[in-house]
Design a protein around this ligand. Structure first.
Ligand code: F6P
Length: 366
């Protein structure tokens, strides 16, 4: 009888998730001793009654590596250790359902689990591993903010989408002699903003790691117009902070969602510039979830496929408690416990910061 492997995708979606799923399913088929199943909407599929799981057959996984999203769906409200439960009076609380879930996974005959997700999902993997679940992690985030891997799939696609949008904004900024502010994703790390700003050739790049002052942005705008260049392009990460540390966003009203819903920093900066009598017209574009949707670029398909195959290899080797990682151009693995310790943020001494400053780009800090 074949052994059963459960796969799930958790947290925000990301181009490349389907390529990982296909990589795992194909490697398992080549091996011949396993059948692969998917839990719908992260662990929620297991927790539901009746369970929502699907066998990842050849016909279900064929050709999916080119598709965005995830065929087994995802959620950022599926933490089995802190599961949102609605009380009779309509209010919400959370409950630890991990024991019930582990029991159900065993009853369904699953030998092991592969959890494809970002830092939050991998923290869940580690907690479940400590409770005895045989689990392997695969890192996922367009923000590229996991320290245990040099790159995550989805990031290159997000940078490509943002750069294409930036290029379009340059021509319209130039026609109207305007200041264009383009907001990209990046909650804690400014990697998407930094790469896009360099790829596109921005004058100003604002990232969470370098607090900015409006006066410094105005200084850079004026310098550029004085030189006779009649337009300015700014890239700002959604998590960029003023010197006071303020973030722009709203408290999420979704049950079980603890994160601040970021978004709006571009408009916030526009208002501040206008209040300071910036004489040039300012327009804003918020790219939002377009950066997460659609087909992955070739590099992300390759990275995601390789990570899927590696995840299956780790299952075969019984290296439970490990997460797949891409380090020094090799696909390898690290302990999940180590992977969730630190964020991969942009350090001031990163070579791309030096490159950007050498090009005359302002980070709003001077
Ligand atoms: O973690 C990736 C990310 O893209 C962040 O940059 C962003 O703040 C967040 O997801 C938004 O996720 P959602 O809209 O799914 O809550």
């Amino acid at each position: 009888m074949k052994k059963k492997l459960l796969v799930l995708t958790g947290g925000g979606d990301c181009p490349g998730l389907n390529a990982v799923i296909r990589g795992i399913a194909k490697a398992a088929r080549s091996n011949g001793n396993w059948e692969v199943w998917g839990s719908i909407e992260a662990f929620n599929g297991i927790l539901k009654d009746p369970v929502e799981i699907v066998k990842l057959t050849r016909s279900k996984t064929s050709g999916i590596h080119v598709k965005g999203g995830t065929i087994i769906k995802t959620t950022n409200r599926g933490n089995p250790l802190d599961f949102p439960v609605q009380l009779d009076d309509g209010t919400w609380t959370t409950k630890d359902l991990s024991e019930e879930m582990a029991r159900k996974i065993a009853e369904l005959g699953f030998e092991a689990v592969v959890n494809i997700g970002g830092d939050g999902s991998q923290a869940i993997s580690q907690a479940l591993f400590k409770r005895g679940l045989k689990i392997i992690g695969v890192p996922k985030t367009i923000d590229n903010d996991l320290s245990a891997t040099d790159l995550t799939f989805g990031f290159s696609t997000a940078v490509q989408i943002a750069t294409e949008s930036f290029d379009r904004l340059v021509t319209t900024a130039s026609s109207h002699s305007r200041v264009m502010i383009m907001e990209v994703m990046g909650r804690d790390a400014g990697w998407i903003a930094l790469h896009t700003a360099i790829a596109g050739g921005a004058e100003v790049c604002l990232i969470p790691e370098i607090p900015f002052k409006i006066d410094n942005i105005i200084k850079r705008i004026n310098k550029r117009y004085k030189k006779g260049k009649g337009f300015v392009n700014i890239v700002v990460a959604e998590g960029a902070k003023m010197e006071s540390g303020e973030l722009v966003g709203e408290k999420s009203l979704d049950a079980g969602e603890k994160h601040l819903k970021l978004g709006g920093i571009a408009n916030y900066i526009r208002k501040k510039l206008e209040e300071k009598d910036c004489v040039y017209q300012v327009r804003t574009t918020i790219l939002g979830h377009t950066q997460r949707g659609g087909t992955p670029v070739a590099f992300d398909r390759i990275l995601a496929t390789a990570m899927g195959v590696k995840a299956f290899d780790l299952v075969e080797e019984e290296k439970y408690g490990h997460m797949v990682s891409f380090k020094n151009n090799e696909i390898t693995s690290v302990l999940i416990a180590d992977a969730i310790k630190d964020y991969n943020v942009v350090n001031q001494d990163h070579y791309l910061i030096h490159v950007a400053r050498s090009l005359g780009m302002s980070f709003g800090d001077e």
